[in-house]
Design a protein around this ligand. Structure first.
Ligand SMILES: Cc1cc2nc3c(=O)[nH]c(=O)nc-3n(C[C@H](O)[C@H](O)[C@H](O)COP(=O)(O)O)c2cc1C
Length: 443
């Protein structure tokens, strides 16, 4: 992460905050306000109560996500599919042995920034936490995000989703009355962050996946107190174990849907060791903000895209919106009812999320919901192009069934009347630089 942060600073693509900020609400408020007007990342150099600077919003831009995986044409889904298609589940060649970085420091959890994000959060949380653990039987490595409540120097409380691989590992260990060793990685190279965000098959080793995205082995160093190796250039590593048969209250916490998740009895991570590189930078991620959802949206869109191109023709790109629940598919229509086939296939491609699927023509910007909605409202009837599928679950954590049901919308031009819906344009508009036309303010 540090190399990437330095690259962004040198390109003038980092908002640097020199004044001291309070980690309780002020830091989060600045991130939120900054994200409302710009997708630039932020570096807070002075955070009260800690020596560590905090970086945020690194992953909050689609252009940067494309850059990270070499999608030079801006088509994240297509490039991601190509990376996944050639991927080997695992190989020892993907990892390299490295010595611990010079000047590795040891300390306590309370040395890290204690960031409280939302008003009713139970306390400070680590939100960019990537848990690295190995499958108890096969040793396959998994990387996954689980926000963690900081309870004291020895304890974090974490919420494991029922469908997550780490939850499966923990269940296996617990059935043997064993704790599950895990290392919490804060501030990793982008490839590791991307591999952690993706839901890859259970047998795919996500460290190997990260190495294949990078195109080079990942240098690993041993942990001090648990039998695991961690990427050597990780800024901060918290070693410990998830305790068996222990659940304690965690939350409330303001999370990605825009509401507070209430207190629940969740897993306990016993901290055994905390270390960081000299000059470590902490990564503070505002949950539900563009940094959180853009990446998740991109990886979900890529998964839907990969399923669609194998099943239906004419699919160009996929975008996911609105806290992950809306999918937009761009197609080149080829036959009557084509858009409906695509919408149905999209729903069947991912059992969670895609609560509403909207299919649009090639000339619509699928990343702009205003444009998508314009296409639906101007290109035909509302009633005849909308299909409701009732009584289908849509999200793995939904006790009240708020996410049941699906809405399919065909927002493409009416077949045979395409010429009437040619989008108007002004030649040369894209090349205009407004600053060349306006006089500087007088005085
Ligand atoms: C930046 C980011 C933060 C996330 N935070 C959480 C979280 O706190 N809790 C959670 O259950 N899922 C969170 N997720 C979603 C998934 O847990 C995540 O994509 C996970 O790594 C999937 O891993 P798995 O399929 O290998 O289990 C987050 C995803 C991203 C991209």
């Amino acid at each position: 992460m540090r190399d990437y942060v330095e690259k962004l600073i040198s390109r003038g693509e980092m908002r640097v905050v020199e004044r001291e900020v309070d980690p309780r609400h002020e830091l989060a408020a600045v991130i939120k306000r900054s994200q409302a007007e710009s997708d630039l990342p932020l570096l807070f150099r002075k955070v009260r109560g800690t020596a560590m600077p905090v970086v945020s919003n690194i992953y909050g831009s689609r252009a940067r996500l494309c850059e990270m995986i070499g999608a030079d044409d801006g088509l994240f889904c297509r490039r991601w599919r190509a990376l996944m298609q050639g991927m080997k589940p695992t190989s020892p060649d993907f990892l390299a042995r490295a010595a611990p970085p010079a000047g590795l420091r040891e300390g306590r959890l309370s040395d890290l920034p204690q960031i409280t994000y939302w008003e009713r959060d139970a306390g400070p949380y680590v939100t960019s936490a990537i848990y690295l653990a190995r499958e108890p039987d096969t040793g396959v490595a998994n990387l996954s995000f689980h926000r963690s409540m900081m309870v004291g120097d020895d304890e974090l409380r974490i919420r494991l989703g029922s469908t997550h691989d780490l939850t499966g590992y923990q269940r296996k260990a617990e059935a043997r009355n064993q704790a599950l060793p895990a290392a919490l990685l804060i501030g990793t190279a982008p490839e590791i962050f991307l591999a952690a965000a993706a839901s890859l098959p259970y047998d795919t080793d996500e460290l190997s996946a990260a190495a294949q995205i990078r195109g080079a082995p990942i240098p690993m160093r041993p942990c001090a107190t648990i039998d695991l190796e961690v990427p050597a250039d990780t800024e901060i590593v918290v070693e410990g174990e998830i305790l068996p048969h222990v659940r304690l209250p965690e939350g409330p916490f303001g999370e990605f849907q825009g509401y507070y998740v209430p207190v629940g009895d969740n897993h306990v991570f016993r901290v055994k060791h905390v270390s960081w590189r000299d000059g470590a930078i902490f990564h503070g991620l505002l949950c539900g903000s563009p940094e959180d959802v853009r990446l998740l949206q991109a990886t979900i869109a890529a998964r839907i895209y990969a399923a669609l191109v194998d099943r239906v023709p004419g699919v160009i790109d996929v975008a996911v919106h609105a806290a992950l629940f809306g999918t937009v598919v761009k197609i080149r229509p080829q036959y009557d009812g084509h858009a409906r086939h695509v919408a149905l296939a999209a729903v069947g491609s991912h059992m969670d999320y895609n609560k509403a699927v909207i299919v649009v023509d090639e000339d619509v910007d699928i990343h702009d919901l205003h444009d998508v909605w314009w296409a639906f409202l101007t290109r035909g009837r509302a009633d005849a192009r909308t299909t409701v599928i009732a009584d289908v679950p849509g999200f793995y954590r939904d006790p009240e069934r708020d996410h049941w049901g699906r809405l399919l919308i065909d927002a493409t031009k009416p077949r045979g009347r395409e010429a009437e819906f040619e989008r108007r344009r002004i030649p040369g508009e894209e090349a205009i630089h407004l600053a060349d036309y306006f006089a500087p303010p007088r005085g």
